[in-house]
Design a binder for this molecule. Structure first.
Ligand SMILES: Nc1nc(=O)c2c([nH]1)NC[C@@H]1CN(c3ccc(C(=O)N[C@@H](CCC(=O)O)C(=O)O)cc3)CN21
Ligand SMILES: CC(C)C(=O)C(=O)O
Ligand SMILES: [Mg+2]
Length: 276
């Protein structure tokens, strides 16, 4: 690896300890979602140190409206593909809605299935209310990433994807949730759609890294859904935090049109792409 990454040692897989060390030495890093082997390879070779097999696969892979309907069985095979494509990145699997809320036993049973498909860690949404699950997982050797702020699996009780943690009461609760996750053994926490000043406070107060998505520049790391940052837009207005670093809708659309045009014209395949 060139200078692409300041996290860890380019000759071996990134560890949760490397991420703590990056926080200590003030090196920011980028996380991306991945849902298949081919893209995981590209992101891994670009030096992205952490890949998340997000339950956002519900939206960008399966076309559901929210992340609520996706099942363990729909997410598990994607983890296998990403794990086989990622040589150096730490692979984190989102536990889907319904896979961990009920008990520590349920969380352990679900997380075990993801770890056995090649994940090196799991992510769960929530703070104090799931600290028993986080303790059970971490004490069984399963690294846990937390997720606070907009927790999309709770979209039906949050009534939408509005900013979370505005006002003193909500801000104090989020700080308590973040501290509970750290105390339960989590190695990092995602902060989604949170006022930048609150995310900065949480980042300062925690010993573990914060990973922002719509949570300002003071987080230790940033994450985006890869289709969002690459301009592979679905329907609807993108969230304010989305920055498009490429226009894959245009690039891929033009390639597909060129292929179809050549097929219709009989110019593809030429002899170069044929066998004798
Ligand atoms: N493609 C994709 N990208 C994501 O970032 C993503 C998913 N899917 N699926 C699961 C959740 C849903 N997420 C979302 C979706 C919408 C907003 C959004 O539009 N928020 C408003 C907030 C407005 C406010 O409170 O002021 C926005 O305008 O940004 C935020 C997060 C993030 N996650
Ligand atoms: C946006 C990230 C943090 C996520 O949870 C997902 O992609 O499912
Ligand atoms: Mg998720």
């Amino acid at each position: 690896m060139s200078n692409a990454s300041y996290v860890g040692d380019s000759t071996r897989r990134v560890t949760t300890k490397d991420l703590q060390e990056a926080k200590r030495s003030h090196h920011r890093w980028a996380m991306l979602t991945a849902y298949d082997y081919s893209t995981a390879r590209v992101f891994d070779q670009a030096g992205i140190p952490v890949l998340l097999v997000g339950d956002s696969a519900a939206n960008v892979v399966y076309g559901y409206d929210t992340t609520v309907p996706i099942s363990i069985d729909e997410l598990l095979p994607l983890v296998g593909g990403v794990a086989r494509g990622a040589e150096r990145a730490l692979v984190v699997a989102d536990l889907p809605f319904g896979a961990y809320e009920a008990s520590a036993e349920q969380a352990l049973a679900s997380a075990t299935r993801f770890m056995q498909r090649g994940a090196q860690a799991v992510k769960v949404e929530g703070g104090e209310r799931i600290s028993a699950q986080v303790k059970a997982l971490t004490s069984s050797g399963i690294p846990v990433m937390g997720h606070l702020g907009v927790t999309p699996q709770a979209v039906n009780s949050l009534s939408g994807y509005r900013v979370q943690g505005r006002g003193d009461e909500e801000a104090e609760q989020m700080l308590r949730d973040a501290r509970a996750l750290e105390a339960a053994g989590a190695f990092a926490v995602v902060l989604e759609v949170v006022p930048a000043a609150l995310a900065a406070t949480i980042t300062k107060e925690l010993g573990i890294p914060t990973i922002g998505i719509g949570a300002g520049v003071e987080c230790d790391a940033q994450v985006l859904v890869w289709q969002d940052m690459a301009g592979l837009r679905g329907g609807g207005r993108p969230a304010r935090f989305v920055k498009e670093y490429a226009d894959l809708n245009a690039v891929l659309g033009a390639a597909v049109e060129a292929f179809a045009t050549e097929v219709r014209a009989g110019t593809y395949p030429s002899s170069e792409h044929s066998y004798r």
